[in-house]
Design a protein around this ligand. Structure first.
Ligand code: HEM
Length: 82
């Protein structure tokens, strides 16, 4: 497929609420997870803590995310790269 668009961390940081859409990064990939926020098994308030930034600091604490079925959900929301 075509290459993904490239974004800066500053651009990602603007997408930090449901009103502005919720973007996060994981590694060098950028995801628009707005449509997943309400479905998050860990609740909306928790997932929104990562809005506009990196998932790594949170997933270091909640390591149950580092399994294939979670990463597969995330991949479905990829919109770009850093
Ligand atoms: C649970 C996805 C971000 C906190 C889960 C589960 C999924 C998921 C699929 C269920 C896992 C399982 O039981 O096997 C995601 C995705 C995220 C995200 C796709 C980002 C795009 C976060 C963040 C936090 C968080 C940033 C914390 C700040 C939790 C907690 C649970 C959970 C506490 C456990 C809920 C429970 O079992 O009671 N998440 N999550 N998640 N998540 Fe997330």
């Amino acid at each position: 497929g075509p290459p993904f668009p490239v974004f800066t961390r500053k651009e990602v940081a603007r997408h930090n609420s449901q009103a502005s859409r919720v973007w996060v990064t994981y590694g060098s990939d950028v995801f628009d997870i707005t449509d997943f926020v309400e479905a998050h098994p860990g609740g909306k308030s928790k997932i929104l803590l990562a809005a506009g930034g990196a998932l790594e600091p949170f997933w270091a604490l909640y390591a149950m995310h580092k399994q294939e079925h979670v990463l597969e959900i995330l991949r479905g929301y990829k919109v770009g790269e850093l």
